[in-house]
Design a protein around this ligand. Structure first.
Ligand code: AVJ
Length: 323
């Protein structure tokens, strides 16, 4: 990989990528915003609260299964590997993996400066001899990553079922990109939420305390704070449901009335009941995810799951063939 950083559109002074994406997403006939923008400082704190909710099973299920199977996971990845993590997570799974793996290099990649700034010093304190080279970036695009000098095997760790935010087509492209990133001897450990009783899924995204609703609505608050928007948060409601045909949770913010919202000099009108689609969270069966990984050129070598089969961690190795 490597090469020059690419720019696919001209730089517009004073307009961030966030601003561009928001204006573009709200100009569509079906309005949408990217879930990657949930995680400003306030959003990251709300997400940490979601992870502790009784209804939100993914975090604790993945943590328990990682704790239980960390030795075979480390054996799969290979001790001393160069570990690249997409996201910084809330740290506990990462610590387990680092303890078990003893990587020669740890590279957390995160879009959020806040998340890196909080996570890296804590990790450095916990693992004083660990080489940590953080990269601030968006892992949905090709990245500049630090080289490995000692020929250590590259392993990408992508926990948390963040891959569920991508459509299957996007996940396929993302896996192919990651495969190029880890190279011929490389591997990947990826956490994937599984298909299950729709009521369990529904509850996880419609918690009784309304933390998920606050997390969703914070996206509008962030637009108000950073882009000078005038969204009235009382005029939008959180709406999340499981769509079994597509196998995904959809999250929306629905306008409770006809209204116009300004963002700087731009105006957006909403019908009563019109929605902004803010997130997809895809759920796979183990076989579906393995087939997707195989199409992208990974050999699905290992899979770990919990007793209820609610969550999975897949060990994928670059098969060295395929697209
Ligand atoms: C971080 C993308 C895995 O989809 O469950 C939690 C985000 N959204 N509650 C998920 C989320 C609403 C979460 N991921």
């Amino acid at each position: 990989m490597g090469g020059n950083p690419r720019r696919d559109r001209p730089v517009e002074l004073g307009r961030s990528r966030f601003a561009e994406d928001v204006l573009e997403g709200l100009s569509r006939p079906r309005k949408s915003l990217s879930p990657k923008y949930f995680y400003d400082a306030a959003g990251s704190r709300l997400f940490e609260r979601i992870c502790r909710l009784r209804e939100y099973y993914p975090t604790r299920t993945e943590l328990a299964l990682t704790r239980k199977h960390r030795v075979p996971m480390a054996r799969f990845a290979g001790r001393g590997c160069a570990l690249l993590e997409y996201g910084t997570g809330e740290g506990v799974k990462t610590r387990l993996m680092i303890e078990a793996l003893r990587p020669s290099l740890y590279t957390p990649v995160d879009i959020s400066e806040d998340a890196l700034a909080r996570a890296v010093p804590r990790l450095a304190r916990a693992f004083p001899r660990l080489r940590i080279v953080p990269v601030r970036g968006d892992f949905s695009r090709p990245l500049e990553i630090p080289p490995v000098s000692d020929g250590a095997r590259r392993v990408v760790y992508f926990p948390g079922s963040t891959i569920g935010n991508l459509t299957p087509d996007e996940a396929y492209a993302f896996l192919k990109m990651t495969r190029a990133q880890v190279g011929a001897r490389g591997a990947m450990l990826v956490g994937v939420d599984l298909k299950k009783d729709a009521n369990v899924l529904h509850a996880a995204y419609n918690d009784a305390q309304g933390v998920t609703a606050a997390f969703n609505l914070n996206l509008l608050a962030r637009i108000n704070r950073e882009l000078g928007g005038d969204f009235d948060l009382r005029r939008f409601v959180h709406y999340a449901f499981y769509e079994p045909t597509a196998g995904r949770i959809e999250m929306h913010l629905v306008s409770t009335e006809k209204q116009t919202v300004a963002i700087g000099a731009h105006r957006f009108s909403f019908e009563r009941g019109e929605s902004i689609h803010t997130e997809n969270s895809y759920k796979y069966s183990i076989a579906e995810f393995q087939a997707l990984a195989a199409r992208a050129g990974f050999r699905p070598a290992k899979v770990w799951t919990d007793a209820r089969r609610w969550f999975s961690v897949h060990g994928l190795v670059n098969s060295g063939s395929g697209p």
